[in-house]
Design a protein around this ligand. Structure first.
Ligand code: NMX
Ligand code: MLT
Length: 424
């Protein structure tokens, strides 16, 4: 852990000085106004929190520490986590050190498997993952250091330790859940010498003679890692962590938010929608049939999963990266072809419908087609893969927040009566 910890130890004092100088000099400068519509409308567009790991300009899409996510599609999750934490990509030596450090921490306490095995057989895989993380809370080094009276300025160090422990164990736990929940046979243990993503692919046990599935997992884990601070999972993790709840409590809480159909569960919903479409028309539908299918969804009072976004106003570059991978590896795959056809029709339908502010696909519109192609057909599992990746964003944000001494988050709510009084 020395390398990442050392890199952070050098950066943190610089960031602290920058932020305290900014607050001292310009603390009263206004950066946002809030309307009544925003107060009732999920605070959309309100700038009221800081996240330095990544940002999402609406007309560009995800930038990780200023680098467009489309430029990171050949990188590994280790590169990405190091970049999220420090603001710089690691050199080969530092990447290898991080990989080796994670590999040394993969061992999962045996009580976690007992808890998972005791859960009802039809538990949602997300419920299993979040339960597994929560039950490991007793392992938290931060909670122990806090109880021992550690100085506030040092919190980030045991939070980094917890983060590495948790990240290292997540693929083992997630793969174990896949094999247990879907009767895939015995758990497969991690293999020496593999990277974080390669080991995850290995432990899932999906036949992969070409290594393409492992490469798909690498890409999947890079693309989902972070999406600034206001999305439901990151924001939840941030809020819970701001009470100095440790990373196990906070990440489990954040992932409970990711499990919602308007957030990370949309990837399972999206593939379900595509397969229903395929079934109804026994293959690729005509433009008219697809248009009607989309309208039927909207007229049924439902959303079209994988489309729309609270911040983005263009095609999500993460969708573009998945599409490019699918087109490069299996352009003739029927589900991939459907995803592509949906992309030509649904934005026009959403524009005509006139409600969604963003008619373009988000990250969830195409990712499932890739997994389906490689034989992972249990789509209720897809959000677990999203979770393993998103943990990197939540944890890097948490390390930085503890290092910056961020306070407990506690915005002021108002009543409808108070609002009515304001407009009298
Ligand atoms: N299909 C149908 N209606 C939609 C869609 C969609 N894909 N997207 C937005 N709308 C509706 C939305 O429900 C709202 O309707 P109403 O006024 O009746 O409440 C209206 O359009 C305005 O919503 P927006 O301001 O455009 O979107 P908002 O910021 O509230 O929500 C999402 C963003 C992502 C929740 C929304 O676009 C959505 O539900 N999309 C489908 C689910 C999805 O793909 N979620 C995954 C997002 C990415 N992720 O992984 O988290
Ligand atoms: C995400 O990756 O978190 C989603 O695109 C949702 C969001 O940013 O609000």
């Amino acid at each position: 852990m020395a390398k990442l910890q050392n890199a952070l130890a050098k950066k943190i004092p610089v960031w602290r000085d920058e932020i305290s100088g900014l607050i001292k000099k310009h603390g009263s400068k206004k950066i946002s106004d809030v309307s009544i519509l925003q107060a009732y409308g999920g605070m959309r567009g309100v700038k009221g929190m800081v996240c330095d790991t990544s940002e999402v300009p609406p007309d560009v899409g995800l930038l990780i520490r200023g680098i467009p996510v489309g430029d990171l599609t050949k990188k590994t999750p280790e590169d990405t986590f190091y970049l999220l934490c420090t603001g710089e990509l690691p050199n080969a030596k530092d990447r290898r050190a991080l990989s080796a450090d994670l590999a040394a921490r993969t061992s999962v306490p045996s009580y976690v498997w007992k808890v998972l095995e005791a859960m009802p057989k039809n538990s949602h895989p997300m419920c299993m993952l979040d339960t597994a993380i929560l039950c490991m809370q007793r392992e938290s080094k931060f909670a122990k250091a806090y109880a021992a009276g550690m100085h506030k300025m040092d919190y980030w160090n045991p939070v980094l330790e917890d983060s590495l422990d948790l990240l290292a164990k997540l693929p083992t736990i997630a793969a174990g859940i896949y094999r247990l929940r879907f009767n895939k046979g015995k758990r497969i243990g991690p293999k020496k010498g593999l990277t974080w993503a390669e080991n995850f692919a290995h432990m899932l046990g999906i036949p992969d003679p070409s290594g393409d599935f492992a490469d798909c997992m690498r890409l999947y884990l890079v693309l989902h890692c972070d999406h600034e601070g206001g999305n439901v999972s990151a924001h939840t993790c941030h809020l819970v962590g701001s009470a100095l709840s440790d990373p196990y409590y906070s990440v489990s809480a954040g992932l409970n938010g990711l499990a919602g159909p308007l957030h990370g569960l949309a990837n399972q919903e999206c593939l379900k929608w595509i397969l229903e479409l395929k079934k109804q028309f026994r293959g690729v539908p005509s433009d008219e049939q697809l248009t009607q299918f989309a309208w039927d969804t909207l007229n049924g009072g439902k959303v079209i999963p994988g489309y729309g976004h609270a911040v983005l106003r263009v095609t999500d570059p993460r969708f573009a990266a998945f599409r490019a991978f699918g087109m490069a590896h299996f352009p003739e795959d029927p589900v991939m072809k459907l995803v592509d056809k949906v992309y030509t029709i649904v934005p026009e339908v959403l524009k005509a419908h006139g409600k969604a502010k963003n008619p373009w696909p988000n990250v969830d519109a195409g990712s499932g087609a890739l997994l389906y192609h490689y034989g992972m057909k249990e789509f209720s599992y897809y959000t677990v893969l999203f979770s393993v990746s998103r943990a990197m964003g939540m944890l890097s944000q948490m390390i930085i927040n503890r290092a910056m001494g961020s306070p407990i988050e506690r915005p002021k709510s108002v009543t409808t009566k108070w609002l009515l009084d304001q407009v009298k």
